[in-house]
Design a binder for this molecule. Structure first.
Ligand code: PMT
Length: 226
């Protein structure tokens, strides 16, 4: 049996991907399936937490038992739902893959191709950084957890980018997933590192998304008992 060590905690978890509409039929989206966020919600509920799950677009996943599910589509909708729920929460976990940009304008009709007019150019506006806002507006005693989907590049490794992101966003904990090459997005298993604001870093071996969820909740319990 799982420990009931999250009893009394109100947690908010975001999951899945956002979609940013270009016109009534097209959008900019991403490959998040929602599986990691749903696993976090399921395990938290099993361990006794009162869970609000704010879900963007996901694969057809069964909603976890015993959680309050709120569905959203765009980054701005996800932001409104998460911030409202966070106002009453002890722990907020941002596992959703939120679009950093949205089309600056949304056509009211389906964008058509035309031989007489130039091809359209999409201009993007920046979406708010929800995790950074949550940190800025955090209630006393609230724990804020971020996820980071990173690829290594010429500017540094996955871990270098993640350390910088943890500092920039100011979260208490950051789960880092190496992505690309078919990893993390849409898969059953996940792996990475768990970074804490105090500088502690622990590798998370490859295992089910439920296993990673259990590791994260263990870390939240330790952090909140300090
Ligand atoms: O859904 P699955 O298929 O199971 O895949 C899981 C996952 C790979 C999507 C998940 O484990 C994960 O890594 N989620 C975060 C993906 C992401 O968008 O990372 P990011 O590095 O772009 O963002 C960093 C953090 O800031 C995240 O907590 C994100 O929710 C948050 N963010 C990002 C952009 C934005 N405008 N506002 C945010 O709050």
């Amino acid at each position: 049996a799982l420990p009931r060590d999250l009893t009394g905690l109100r947690v908010v978890i975001s999951a899945g991907g956002t979609r940013e509409p270009l016109d009534p039929v097209r959008y900019l989206g991403n490959r998040s399936s929602g599986k990691q966020g749903y696993a976090l919600a399921r395990v938290a509920a099993q361990r006794g937490a009162a869970v609000t799950l704010v879900a963007g677009h996901t694969d057809a996943l069964p909603p976890p038992a015993g959680v309050t599910l709120q569905r959203v589509s765009t980054a701005l909708e996800l932001r409104a739902a998460v911030r409202a729920a966070a106002a009453e929460a002890d722990v907020v976990v941002m596992a959703a893959a939120v679009a950093d940009f949205r089309p600056a304008s949304r056509a009211g009709h389906k964008i058509k191709k035309s031989d007489d007019a130039p091809d359209p150019v999409v201009t993007l506006d920046r979406n708010p950084d929800i995790l950074a806002e949550l940190v800025r507006e955090r209630r006393a005693g609230q724990t804020v957890v971020g996820f980071a989907a990173e690829t290594g590049d010429e500017h540094g490794s996955v871990l270098d980018h993640a350390r910088a992101k943890l500092r920039r966003k100011g979260a208490d904990l950051l789960v880092v997933n190496a992505v690309g090459d078919g990893k993390a997005f849409g898969t059953e298993d996940n792996s990475g590192w768990l970074l804490a604001a105090d500088g502690t870093e622990a590798p998370i071996p490859l295992g089910t998304k439920a296993r990673l969820a259990a590791t994260l909740w263990d870390a939240v319990v330790v952090l909140r008992s300090r």
